[in-house]
Design a protein around this ligand. Structure first.
Ligand SMILES: NC(=O)c1ccc[n+]([C@@H]2O[C@H](COP(=O)([O-])OP(=O)(O)OC[C@H]3O[C@@H](n4cnc5c(N)ncnc54)[C@H](O)[C@@H]3O)[C@@H](O)[C@H]2O)c1
Ligand SMILES: [Zn+2]
Length: 688
């Protein structure tokens, strides 16, 4: 059996080098580094520290507590709000009753110490009123399992033998803070409290003791659950898992179908997992009972919606339509049942979590990171349900309580303060030759607009380098690399399959991978001719066709951008194969534009010319040939092309990327079958 207890990672020698805020940060990062201790973004930590008041010079007590938003695992010191303890106490004296709770959160602003701009969270009170220097609050699955059991009071007593107290569910705020503080004062023997349906509070005199105590309590819960839970979990399996390959195949079929049906005003990115604990739940006898009960911890359902949608692996399009409509109607009914006069308008009624027995879990959200994190949260919820139903009867949060959190005016205000989504948020782009000059510049441009990007290339080393770079710049969730030769039908199919599994579908295809060849007609070998045609014309066809098929399945249109060339419009001596292949690309784009129009699939072309900087094409033989044919040296080429252009300017990969962005985005949504020259002006390639 694997060890289910959490190891104590405290390094006393390291901690000795830190001041109190430093120790608080160290403890927070340690706690947040293990999802068994708390879910992403969940929980908060605090310390009460003496500081010199910048106003009076006197020594004052200051509460350092994780501010609103952020994650204790990855937070930095600036993630803590700092508040005068004395003023918090004064505010407490002002509090008159529950209808003032939200106003008290606003009033917290008056307690800020040292002009710290980090907004205090609604949990601030719970930390401030406990009369101990160090307080941890975590959403540990094992503890929430106890807190979400029908027997939560008895189990808390039995497992922790009186050293951990209990408070029933209540939405966090000053009221719960007062109750927690009063309990801690009245019962000095307590080391912490289980909050019904919610999580754990623990406290101690030092940072190290508080950390050790939190681990100890979670370990106690986990060990007790493991020793006492009924097996098999969830009443055992009633559905067999499909084979690994078949699970992926079902996910690939379902994801674009779902995505197309739930991406309205907001495009959705997807995530799939068939991890063991997920399969155990979705295949189980109790799925039908537990899934509709909804999640327990508020953090869980804010991310996952109150309940998931269960769909069969072999559901067809009509069945899916009915299931999605059913979910939306159900959600609207929940909204109508629970809304108050001043509730914000109903939000997106589509499910976030889709459970497929035999297959796994699909999730969709406004971006990939949110979709992945939502899936992680549902996994937390599964762990909670397993624990609770293994030793007692699982209890979700009452519907009205869930609604009051979901549509809390403070929560709405937080949403309103969020920056406007970027123009390509939630969209998915597939870019061939993505490791090259124009391909990577285009990827950068689309990533900057919030697009998810898959880079497909034949050059593994460059691909790794480019993908790693973008991962650092935009976040690893946003970008994937796939090794693919555009001339291989199988490789192209597999690369798109990987794209669908990674993000749920595809909206933008940038056909860009390319090479150049040059020779006078009489010296052009059949091998050179075929290679040029294979990579450029046939490659663009294979990639375009596969992207087109997925877009058709999704049913929400899409945009393809072909990177052709000035030479696809204007013949150029000594490169008949290249010019012909590029002309074929342009005509293929027009044919696809024609067929794609009724489906909302737009196909347009960007024609670069003489993009020397950053291009691998120009790093090789091509430069020598072009220089020789123009009777100049290689280092004169850039200047040569600049002077040849009408505008007398050099063209860079970023310039081509602007054209790609224009056609990829809604800026050009009335345009298809077009081409745009980005070549600093060449009369021979003017459109006609
Ligand atoms: N740079 C220019 O001056 C210029 C001018 C006109 C047109 N173009 C076109 O722009 C596109 C991009 O060119 P670039 O300048 O960025 O060149 P580049 O060489 O920097 O990038 C091309 C990328 O395509 C990849 N690739 C080559 N063959 C492949 C295959 N069979 N399968 C998958 N990937 C493959 C390469 O590994 C490379 O990463 C090409 O289609 C090219 O014809 C470029
Ligand atoms: Zn909490």
């Amino acid at each position: 059996m694997t060890d289910i207890t959490l190891p104590n990672l405290w390094d006393a020698a390291h901690a000795a080098t830190l001041d109190e805020p430093g120790k608080l940060l160290y403890r927070s990062n340690l706690l947040g580094s293990d999802l068994r201790i708390t879910n992403f973004g969940g929980g908060n930590t605090s310390a009460k520290v003496a500081h010199k008041d910048p106003l009076t010079g006197a020594s004052v007590q200051v509460l350092w507590v994780k501010g609103s938003g952020g994650d204790i695992g990855s937070m930095k010191l600036d993630g803590f709000a700092t508040l005068y303890m004395e003023k918090l106490g004064q505010l407490r004296a002002q509090y008159r009753g529950l209808d003032q709770e939200d106003a008290m959160v606003e009033a917290l602003g008056h307690c800020i110490f040292n002009l710290n701009p980090r907004a205090p969270s609604i949990d601030t009170w719970l930390h401030g009123f406990v009369p101990k220097a160090h307080v941890d609050h975590v959403h540990s699955d094992a503890v929430i399992a106890i807190a979400a059991s029908a027997d939560q009071v008895r189990l808390t007593e039995e497992i922790f033998g009186g050293e951990i107290g209990y408070l029933p569910w209540q939405r966090p705020g000053i009221d719960l803070g007062i109750k927690l503080g009063d309990l801690a004062v009245a019962r000095p023997d307590l080391k912490g409290v289980v909050l019904g349906q919610h999580g754990l509070f623990t406290w101690a005199d030092t940072a190290e003791d508080c950390y050790a105590l939190t681990l100890e309590i979670i370990n106690k819960a986990a060990v007790w659950l493991a020793a006492n839970e009924k097996t098999p979990a969830f009443g055992g399996a009633v559905v067999d898992s499909l084979s690994g390959a078949d699970r992926l195949a079902v996910a690939r079929r379902l994801m674009p179908l779902i995505r197309g049906r739930i991406s309205g005003a907001e495009m959705k990115a997807g995530h799939f997992t068939d991890a063991g604990p997920v399969l155990e739940f979705v295949n189980s006898a109790q799925l039908a009972v537990l899934a509709p009960m909804g999640t327990s911890c508020p953090d869980h359902f804010l991310r996952t919606k109150i309940k998931p949608l269960v769909i069969a692996a072999d559901i067809d399009a009509a069945g899916l339509d009915a299931a999605l409509q059913g979910y939306r109607a159900d959600y609207a009914a929940y909204y109508d049942r629970c809304k108050h006069d001043n509730s914000p308008a109903m939000r997106d009624p589509n499910a976030v979590i889709y459970l497929v027995p035999g297959v796994g879990m699909i999730s969709f959200a406004k971006d990939k990171a949110t979709a992945r994190i939502s899936a992680e949260f549902y996994l937390n919820a599964i762990n909670v349900m397993r624990g609770a139903s293994g030793v007692s009867v699982y209890q979700g949060l009452p519907e009205q309580e869930a609604f009051d959190i979901e549509y809390w005016l403070l929560e709405e205000a937080k949403l309103q303060r969020m920056p406007k989504p970027k123009s390509l948020a939630g969209r998915v782009a597939f870019i061939t030759g993505g490791a090259g000059g124009i391909g990577s510049a285009s990827a950068d441009r689309l990533l900057r607009e919030g697009c998810n990007v898959v880079l497909a290339d034949i050059d593994q080393d460059s691909l790794d380098e480019v993908v790693t770079g973008f991962g650092k710049k935009y976040g690893r969730d946003m970008v994937r690399g796939v090794l693919m030769n555009v001339t291989s039908e199988d490789a192209v199919t597999q690369a798109f399959e990987a794209t669908v599994l990674a993000f749920g579908g595809v909206d933008i295809v940038v056909n860009n991978a390319g090479i150049t060849t040059a020779a006078p007609v009489e010296d052009t070998t059949l091998a050179m001719w075929n290679k040029t045609m294979d990579i450029l014309s046939t490659g663009y066809f294979l990639v375009g066709r596969e992207g087109y098929r997925i877009m058709k399945d999704q049913g929400i249109g899409g945009s393809m951008v072909f990177i052709a060339s000035k030479n696809g419009v204007a013949a150029s001596p000594g490169a008949s194969a290249y010019c012909t292949a590029k002309a074929a690309e342009i005509h293929l784009a027009r044919c696809m534009a024609l067929e794609g129009a009724p489906l909302g699939i737009r196909v347009n072309v960007v024609n670069p010319d003489a993009v020397l900087r950053g291009s691998k094409i120009w790093a090789g033989e091509w430069s020598q040939q072009r220089a020789a044919s123009n009777k100049i040296s290689v280092d004169q080429l850039e200047d040569h092309y600049r002077k040849r252009s009408l505008l007398q300017r050099s063209v860079f990969p970023e310039d081509i990327a602007e054209g790609v962005y224009f056609f990829a985005s809604d800026l050009s949504n009335k345009s298809t079958g077009n081409f745009l020259n980005v070549d600093a002006g060449n009369a021979v390639s003017f459109t006609r």
